[in-house]
Design a protein around this ligand. Structure first.
Ligand code: HMG
Ligand code: MG
Length: 319
């Protein structure tokens, strides 16, 4: 007889047995906070996330400190994570200067971040789509030569607040160019949360047809319109096994108006636990972490699961 947190596990057909959660709360979440979170709080947050069982935790960004002041302490933070053996700690790197900073601290996983639209590329990276790819080229080449794992984020894969709906073929073209640089993994960003499940499926099919295999694709949904979990399920049904999520549903993007929080990791784990899909994450430990962080930030977590589990004692039942 064991006691465990609900939900009851009822597997569904045609879904992967295991999902790798790429936790982005410490980067995508905290980059969007109005105040700068103290470095010690960030370090404790990441240690607590690791203790919950998350094995891939995006730690910070080596971007220009004036562009994202919230993450300007990357040099101070990253060494504080050195004891996290066995936890992958990717960092965002836009250019060669960022790569030098990351490599100097021993980072072994980086992410470049492109855009499917010109407007967001200009706002986020101060250059157009083609110029961004040119900026990434030496970054990816040098990282790969050093044996560093490279993720290629692609933002605005479904819609853009300035340009409107983004055609699938436009996304595929930039995604393919990003992968052709040598990225190991592609993360499809629904930066403003406008995707719906059929659209997700269409994009995944189009990417496959263009030669980008499903096992190199991760999904990165924001929950602006409450679609993040439905979109995730559509991606899982297609065979995707890497899902980005943010503890407590923190997040947004400082350079994209109307971007709200990411898919909350707790909401994701609740669904995956219910589907019997292994994640390695302890939902109670993770929820306690988000409750703790919400206290540090002075406001409640937007995650429905965090709110439900923290307003009531963890339910248990006999098996
Ligand atoms: P720029 O102004 O064009 O840079 O910014 P530059 O190359 O012209 O250099 C200007 C100065 O900045 C130089 O210094 C450089 O050394 C310095 P100076 O010679 O004048 O003294 N510099 C740097 N310093 C520190 N670290 C660096 C760095 N690079 C240049 N890495 C740049 C271009 C890309 C740097 C800037 O636009 C930038 O930092 N952008 C980052 C924006 C960002 O982080 N956005 C959020 C992440 S993306 C996101 O959240 C979406 C995602 O979650 C997926 C989704 O949801 O869609 C990933
Ligand atoms: Mg994001």
């Amino acid at each position: 007889m064991t006691s465990r947190t609900l939900p009851m596990s009822v597997p569904a057909r045609g879904l992967p047995p295991r999902v790798r959660i790429h936790e982005v709360g410490a980067r995508d979440g905290l980059q969007n906070e109005k105040t700068v979170v103290p470095t010690a709080v960030k370090a404790e947050f990441i240690h607590r996330l690791a203790a919950s069982g998350l094995a891939t935790i995006e730690a910070t960004s080596f971007v220009h400190p004036k562009w994202v002041p919230q993450l300007a302490d990357a040099e101070d933070l990253f060494p504080r994570l050195a004891d996290l053996d066995g936890v992958a700690l990717p960092v965002l790197v836009p250019n060669e200067r960022g790569l030098e900073r990351a490599l100097a601290l021993g980072a072994r996983r980086i992410a470049v971040f492109g855009s499917a639209t010109e407007t967001f590329a200009a706002r986020n990276l101060n250059r157009g789509v083609a110029e961004s790819l040119t900026m990434f080229e030496p970054v990816v080449a040098r990282a790969k030569a050093d044996g560093v794992h490279v993720r290629g984020y692609l933002s605005m894969c479904f819609g853009d607040p300035w340009e409107g709906p983004v055609p699938v073929r436009q996304v595929v073209r930039v995604a393919k160019a990003l992968m052709d640089l040598g990225c190991d993994e592609l993360s499809l960003g629904d930066t403003i949360g406008v995707a719906t499940p059929g659209h997700v499926r269409d994009l995944l099919l189009a990417l496959n047809e263009a030669g980008v295999p499903t096992d190199t694709i991760g999904v990165h949904f924001h929950d602006t319109y409450g679609q993040a979990l439905s979109n995730t399920l559509a991606a899982l049904q297609h065979g995707v096994t890497t899902v980005d999520a943010s503890a407590g549903g923190l997040g947004g993007c400082p350079y994209a108006k109307s971007a709200t929080g990411n898919l909350a990791t707790e909401d994701l784990v609740w669904m995956l636990d219910g589907l019997g899909i292994e994640t390695g994450v302890d939902l109670d430990v993770l929820t306690a972490t988000s409750v703790w962080l919400a206290e540090q930030l002075g406001r409640p977590s937007p995650s429905r699961t965090v709110r439900a589990l923290s307003e009531q004692p963890a339910p248990s039942h006999k098996e």
